[in-house]
Design a protein around this ligand. Structure first.
Ligand code: ADP
Ligand code: ADP
Ligand code: MG
Length: 542
């Protein structure tokens, strides 16, 4: 045992550094003997956006089932008939009391957006219009369709639209409902920064202008920061138990989560802190060219999307970040380098051997993770492979599972591992952060960097999470243009120039949090925002 419990530790919680005081009380809900237990509940509040920050498997959905009235919490007494009166008694005098009383009267309606939008086509037959048709309960659907830019895919079959389109359709379907309580489980996967900001704004407006209660789980910290009014941190042992803290201010909640120490609770939730050292932009020192490429043009046909690429050099063993909106030609460029597409103008003498992790991962073979990875490399299971790949990507617990049974975040980690396990000239990772929680992002990011450094591998990473890009990249390639119409790619640039170029297109500036150094989006027109735009420093102020 960890020495704190008098009796045998019920959670095998040897790794816990302090036992949370919550754990000496009964849980809010326990699924059964030795099954997952949830401690604490988030507090939805009309007119405000409540965020939850924490790993997957920690009980967020369980909490939402309870707040939606779909699960009556059993207060840990899983033999007994659950009883709302007892639950209300438990929360009497807390901020949840009123909410739970309204819930008992049966007068709370809930709209939700599921976490894994990729599952929607498996459950729904028809086009976007059919899907959205029945959701228009507030008369707001038309506006949502326009602002989320869904109109172009209204008549397309749901199983033919991209992940980013599916995400926006799912957000629209949720927000179009007339509910008291909206729950959105991750809004950012597959969306570019502009789309993320639009979704965040729509959620805020529904809270502020319409007095609805919004609850959002989100792992993109810059977006969470913009989106939420208050924040609950969720921690514990995924699969065993989870604790949802009392609400904190968003800034403190994020900082305490990153530091791994919760101030009010006097609780360490992780041995190490996650730091975003305010570093000066990386200055690239690589100089051996892997490829030099000329100006390129590629069009998919008359009146179709066209891409213009300014010639440049990719250095050996650099990590090149690729940023830009969706639909602007990033994947098209990857295909040109891979030789699976021919440019219309400019010729590529080489065809590089590319290991490619696509944005949307479809690994649906009914085989085990270990068998799948062993089919790519014979290094699986060596101590080297374990240290470099399996550990940072947390594959240990899922190696024996079937690919088809994995959650979105687990699939993502397997796909990154599969890509890095190949022998290639160039590794291309398209949105590796999607569906990873904050710790997994940081670990996956350092695994990719370390891999590049130890193998002199050259890596192109497309990602929309600015923290991930900053942590990972040596240089940046910036795409701009008009999505779905034409795109333009700059040559690889130094980080400072690239970030400024990219963020000027988006009209966003970042400052650094004083306590943790993490980048935060400035309020538009704030003093810092105007000052940074005037000096042209959108990101690195150090
Ligand atoms: P999150 O939303 O944070 O990912 P969930 O609330 O979905 O977490 O799940 C928390 C834990 O509870 C998981 O280990 C899950 O397997 C377990 N769990 C979820 N539903 C049930 C159930 N009906 N019976 C038993 N265990 C469950
Ligand atoms: P990104 O990776 O930046 O999201 P893509 O390179 O995938 O962008 O696509 C750019 C544009 O080209 C999109 O509008 C997409 O619909 C279009 N496109 C991609 N592949 C084809 C194709 N084979 N035929 C016609 N249009 C295509
Ligand atoms: Mg793409």
């Amino acid at each position: 045992t960890c020495g704190i419990c008098v009796e045998k530790c019920p959670f095998d919680a040897i790794e816990i550094i302090n036992l949370p005081s919550e754990l000496s009380e009964d849980p809010v809900h326990r699924y059964g003997e030795n099954a997952f237990s949830l401690y604490g509940l988030p507090v939805p509040e009309p007119g405000s956006v409540t965020g939850i920050l924490g790993p997957n498997g920690i009980g967020k959905s369980t909490a939402v089932h309870a707040l939606a009235g779909e699960l009556t919490p059993n207060l840990g007494r899983h033999g007994d008939e659950p009883d709302w009166e007892a639950v209300i008694d438990r929360f009497r005098g807390t901020e949840l009391q009123t909410y739970l009383e309204t819930l008992r009267e049966g007068s709370i309606s809930v709209a939700r957006k599921p976490q894994y939008v990729d599952q929607i086509p498996k459950q729904f037959d028809g086009n976007t219009r059919d899907l959205l048709e029945h959701t228009d309960e507030r008369g707001a659907l038309d506006e949502l369709i326009d602002r989320l830019n869904i109109r172009p895919v209204m008549d397309q079959d749901i199983d033919s639209i991209s992940g980013g389109e599916l995400q926006r359709v799912a957000i629209a379907a949720c927000l179009a409902r007339d509910a008291d309580f909206y729950f959105l489980d991750e809004i950012t996967p597959y969306l570019d920064i502009g789309q993320r900001m639009t979704a965040a704004r729509l959620i805020r407006e529904l809270a502020e202008d319409d007095d609805r209660s919004m609850l959002v789980v989100e792992h993109d910290l810059a977006i969470l920061d913009l989106l939420a009014d208050t924040l609950h941190v969720a921690y514990g042992e995924p699969g065993a138990y989870g604790v949802i803290t009392d609400p904190k201010s968003v800034r403190n909640g994020i900082n305490e989560y990153l530091e791994g120490y919760l101030d009010n609770e006097n609780m360490r939730i992780r041995p190490d802190s996650i730091t975003f050292e305010e570093h000066a932009p990386r200055v690239s020192s690589k100089e051996t060219a892997l490829v030099e490429y000329p100006d390129l043009r590629k069009s998919y046909g008359e009146g179709e999307f066209s891409l213009e690429v300014e010639g440049g050099t990719i250095y050996e063993s650099e990590v090149l970040g690729i940023v830009g909106p969706n639909g602007i030609g990033k994947s098209t460029l990857a295909k040109l380098f891979a030789g699976s597409l021919e440019p219309d103008e400019g010729s590529l003498e080489f065809a590089l051997d590319i290991a490619y992790k696509p944005q949307y991962i479809e690994i649906d073979q009914p085989i085990r993770v270990d068998a799948f990875l062993s089919s790519i490399t014979d290094r699986v299971g060596t101590s080297y492979w374990n240290t470099e790949i399996a550990e940072p990507l947390q594959l240990g617990r899922i190696m024996e599972q079937n690919l088809t049974d994995l959650s979105g975040g687990e699939r993502q980690r397997v796909a990154i591992a599969a890509c890095l396990s190949e022998d290639a000239d160039l590794y291309v990772l398209d949105e590796p952060s999607a569906h990873l929680d904050v710790e997994q992002r940081v670990q996956a990011t350092s695994a990719i960097r370390r891999y590049a450094e130890n193998h002199d591998a050259t890596v192109l990473v497309i990602d929309h999470d600015i923290y991930v890009v900053d942590l990972l990249a040596d240089r940046l390639m910036v795409f701009d243009g008009e999505p779905a119409d034409h795109g333009h790619a700059t040559p690889p640039q130094e980080m400072r120039a690239g970030m400024n170029d990219f963020l000027a297109n988006l009209d966003i500036t970042f400052r650094r949090d004083e306590r943790t150094g993490r980048p935060r989006i400035n309020k538009p027109e704030s003093q810092k925002d105007r000052e940074q735009k005037r000096t042209g420093e959108y990101y690195y102020t150090a």
